[in-house]
Every structure is written in C-alpha cells, then in structure tokens.
Design a protein around this ligand. Structure first.
Ligand SMILES: NC(=O)C1=CN([C@@H]2O[C@H](COP(=O)(O)OP(=O)(O)OC[C@H]3O[C@@H](n4cnc5c(N)ncnc54)[C@H](OP(=O)(O)O)[C@@H]3O)[C@@H](O)[C@H]2O)[C@@H](O)CC1
Ligand SMILES: [K+]
Length: 514
C-alpha cells in the first residue's frame, strides 16, 4: 500500500473530483458516511456521550458530516467548532448549515480557553480539528485545547489524522499533537504514523478506502510503501516438486565469539528454518560443540581462533555470506571480516558487529558487492551515518548512503523500514515482544536464507522482514510479548509462512466444544 504526502493526497482529491464528476462535498459526504458506518458498527447505538471537535477546514467539514449522521441515528452528540479563523472552507460551511437543519441549533463555538467544555471519563471524543491541511505548529488556546483533550482520560478517535500531527514533516518536541486511541485515516496511511517520534499519537489505525481516483493512485510515486499481507503473498516463491537441497542455496554464517555463540546458533538456525538448502556456520573453534549439539542440520567450519574468529581462508563460491552477529571487533576478527567480504561477489548480509567494523573501516564499503544488505539498529546506524536531528533526516541520510554505496539498509524498529536508493518499504508486522536479544541475529539468517533460495536482494530483504515480524506476532499469541525470545521467533518462521495463505477468518485450531 502506498504512503502519499499531504500534498499528493490533495492532488488525488482534485483528480477524483474531476474524473468521477462529483463535487468536493459529495466526496466529503462519502468519507463521512464511511467513518460513521465504522463507528456505528462498534457502538451499535450505545447511549455514550460523544463530543465531536471540528476545525474550520475540510477536516472540520468531515467532523460535522459525521456528527450529522450520528445525530440522525440517535446518538448523544455534542458538536464544538474551534473558531480559530474566519477563513472557513466552502465544504465546512455547507456542512455547518446542514447540521443546523438537523439540530435546529448551531454547534457550540470555542474561541478561548474559558470555552472548553468539561469532559467526563465516560465521554468519547472525536477529533476533526485538523487533518492533512495543518501547515504550522498549533499555538495559543488551540494548543491548550489539544493539551486539555490529551489530559482527559477518555477514548479519543481521530478523523484522518490526530490534530496537530504533520503527515510527512518533522515536529519540534514541544508541538501540541492530539494523542488518539484510534485513527480512521483516508485512502493511505501517513508516513508519520510509522515513525518513532510521532507514531504513538495515532493509536491503532485503520485505513478507509475512500475511492480516490485509481489512475492517480496507480501512477503516483509514493513516499514509501507499506508491505501488506497481499504484497508478501506475491513475493513468496513456492518450491517446485522435482528439486533437491542444491536448488535452495547454501548460506555461510560468519558469526559468534566467546560468550556470544548464541548469535551464531540463532543466525544459522534461522537460515535453516527459513528454507536454505544448506547452512554452514563459520565459528571460533571453541564454539563447535555448542553449535553442533544445538543445530544438527547445520555444518560447521572452524576458525583457528579459539574464542573469536581470527582468519578466513574458505571459498565462497555459490554461497550466501551472512556476516557479523556476535563476532566482536578484535583486530584479527576485523581482518578476517575484510578478507571474507572482499572475496565475496554476490550480495552479503551484514549485521551487528559487522556493521561496526564497516563503520571503523569505511574503505571496505567500496568492496561490498552491489545490493549487499546491512541490518543496523539505531546505535549501529549512527556509527555509519552520524547523528540525525529527527526521523526524517534519519531516512534522508539512509537514502543518500544507500544510493552512494549501492546497498540496501534495513532500519530496524517498531516499523522496520527497508531503504533501497530512494525507495522505502515500511513493515507492518512485529510487536514490542521482539525487542529482545538475538532477534536481529534471526532476521539476518532469514534474509540470507531467502537470498540463497533465489529471491532478488530487495525482495529477499523486504519479505524476510515481513516474515520475521509475522513469526513474532504468531509466537506472541502463545508466549505473550514478555515470553518472546529469539529462538521462539525463529521456530515460528514456518508457521508464519503457512499463515500467509490462510484465510484470516479461518480458526487456527479446531473449536473446542465442552
Ligand atoms: N485528501 C482527500 O482526498 C480528502 C480529504 N478530506 C479531508 O480534508 C482534510 C484536509 O482538509 P484541509 O486541506 O481543508 O485542511 P485541514 O486539516 O482541515 O486544516 C486546514 C485549516 O487549518 C488552518 N491551519 C493550518 N494549520 C494551522 C495552525 N497551526 N493553526 C491554526 N490553523 C491552522 C488552515 O488555515 P490557514 O493555514 O489558511 O490559516 C485551514 O483553515 C483531510 O485531512 C480530510 O479530513 C475529505 O473531506 C475528502 C477527501
Ligand atoms: K483530526
């Protein structure tokens, strides 16, 4: 699913009105009806007090139209309009009149702090103050209103966007932004929903298809793409019947050191669990017993170094190299790392200490095969790119780095973002339980396994990130977030691939009858 900028959404809006030969107010009515239906499905006529706060632009117009539908269906609604400017949008004005036709009264105008209504914990707040048209930080009593609403303990639903939030530009820390519990957003999610500095304002969100011009939506170059289940289904490459392990590639993991042999077990184990035909773990000598007893399916090669890898003399022909988990940054490990990456001609997966070594020896970057994949967490990313001032600069710097070195960057986080040149792919699977030691080692093994099975580097990466998150989601259904650990996530890889093609309505287990 594409993520568009606020400006692109306004263009899509215009194009829809032209092509579908409807008025902008017809489109607003369509949107408001769709939001109303979703709210009605959930509330089912419940007699809860609902307070709808409307701005004076089109987001406010949406709010007024939603309010009208709710009132006509018997809901207990009070409508407030933030009287912050005389410049009201034409569609706001149409709906301002229409609601009066229904209630025989004008909505309550708010013009200063003293006008703020009392809010009880039973209320539901619907926020239709600002949407994609916000163009500067809120100030004065409007900022106070947002803080006032945030302080209330009530459930808050945002229309299109939480008010005060920009769709795709950076905020200052002190900006007033509504903290919604749920957001109904129109046509495409906004980039700010996925970024750590702003994502928490959105709560859970659902994207409502409001039928914007399909032609525009098809041709527009998005800011980023969210990898949906459908996209992941299309990436999957089923195995063919008359094949053997040689058809599914050979992964060589270069991982582990004394005290961190788990990283070697996890990356090699994940590569096997994600379908690599063969996996060899290249490890320090002392780790051999542990690795062989933990992973009988995996072959080993040992470095002469007993507690860390000190050398690398092996051939990498027809092998996918996955390098870095738990290797440390000893001097001889760094030279072994350099030897291995220089030898390799096909894309390499580089994680953890491997990224730190690259940051220390940036001259190695030019020796990396094109489309090699780096999977840094933010600490490692800062070593590569330096500090950034906000989430957007982080993405810009990552894009520049990716273009300059012809590499794919996997920016790990709540919504992992894969950056390949100017393209960005936002992952929507995964959960906070996956913030656990070794989770990244598993991801590197999964990416390597898909590369080995013949997926192109970008698809291998984006698909692996999706499957890794989906494995964590499935595992969390049994283990809860707290009980998740990296080896458990790895054991759910197969189940998450199966789940890709299961009907979501289908029960996962037979219903038990007592
Ligand atoms: N895209 C689509 O396809 C569809 C979009 N739709 C809906 O339209 C919404 C976008 O509507 P919109 O463009 O009218 O902008 P909106 O968010 O209501 O605010 C604009 C007003 O805010 C003002 N303003 C701005 N910043 C301010 C500040 N800091 N402090 C104070 N004022 C500030 C600004 O005033 P000005 O900058 O001119 O002073 C202007 O008056 C979108 O989110 C969705 O809900 C659907 O109805 C149909 C399909
Ligand atoms: K809003």
């Amino acid at each position: 699913m594409k993520i568009l900028s606020a400006q692109q959404l306004a263009e899509a809006d215009k194009s829809t009105i032209d092509k579908q030969q409807i008025s902008s107010n017809d489109l607003m009515e369509r949107v408001a009806t769709l939001v109303f239906e979703r709210i009605h499905q959930r509330l089912n006529g419940a007699p809860v007090p609902i307070k709808i706060f409307c701005g004076i632009g089109n987001n406010g117009g949406d709010g007024l139209a939603i309010a009208r539908h709710m009132i006509q269906h018997g809901y207990q609604v009070t409508v407030y309009v933030t009287n912050c400017s005389k410049k009201r949008s034409p569609d706001f004005l149409v709906n301002y009149d229409r609601i009066k036709d229904v209630t025989n009264d004008w909505p309550i105008l708010l013009s200063c702090k003293e006008d703020f209504p009392e809010i009880s914990s039973q209320d539901i707040i619907i926020d239709a103050i600002f949407g994609t048209g916000i163009n500067r930080a809120l100030d004065g009593w409007m900022a106070d209103l947002i803080h006032y609403l945030n302080e209330s303990k009530t459930f808050k639903v945002a229309v299109d966007m939480p008010s005060g939030l920009y769709a795709n530009t950076a905020h200052k820390k002190e900006d007033a932004i509504l903290k919604a519990d749920h957001t109904f957003t129109f046509q495409t999610p906004k980039l700010s929903f996925f970024l750590p500095e702003t994502g928490d304002n959105v709560g859970t969100f659902e994207v409502i298809n409001i039928g914007l011009d399909p032609e525009y939506m098809m041709q527009v170059a998005p800011l980023a793409q969210v990898i949906s289940r459908e996209a992941a289904q299309n990436m999957y490459q089923p195995r063919k019947k008359f094949t053997h392990k040689g058809n599914y590639g050979h992964v060589l993991t270069f991982a582990g050191s004394k005290g961190k042999m788990g990283a070697a077990v996890l990356s090699a184990g994940a590569a096997i669990n994600a379908g690599a035909g063969k996996v060899t773990a290249y490890i320090p000598e002392d780790g051999n017993v542990m690795l062989q007893s933990s992973l009988p399916e995996v072959m080993t090669l040992q470095s002469e170094g007993e507690d860390h890898i000190t050398d690398f003399e092996h051939s990498l022909k027809d092998t996918v190299l996955c390098i870095g988990p738990g290797i440390g940054t000893e001097k001889d490990t760094c030279s072994a790392f350099a030897k291995a990456v220089i030898k390799q001609s096909s894309p390499i997966v580089i994680d953890a200490d491997g990224i730190l070594i690259l940051a220390q020896q940036p001259e190695l970057l030019k020796d990396l095969p094109k489309d090699s994949i780096l999977t840094p967490h933010d600490g490692e990313l800062k070593q590569l790119l330096g500090e950034w001032k906000d989430d957007y600069e982080r993405l810009e710097k990552a894009q520049e780095f990716s273009k300059e070195h012809n590499l794919i960057l996997v920016l790990k986080g709540a919504h992992t973002i894969t950056v390949a040149g100017s393209s960005q792919y936002v992952n929507d699977t995964g959960n906070p339980g996956m913030a656990t030691a070794g989770s990244g080692d598993v991801l590197s093994g999964v990416i390597a396994a898909f590369l080995a099975q013949g997926y192109d580097p970008l698809t291998a990466t984006v698909f692996a990130v999706y499957i890794h998150g989906a494995s964590g989601d499935l595992a969390a259904q049994t283990y809860a977030h707290e009980g998740l650990k990296a080896s458990v996530i790895s054991n759910f890889i197969g189940a998450s691939i199966l789940q890709l093609f299961r009907n979501p309505q289908q029960p996962q287990e037979p219903q038990r009858t007592q």
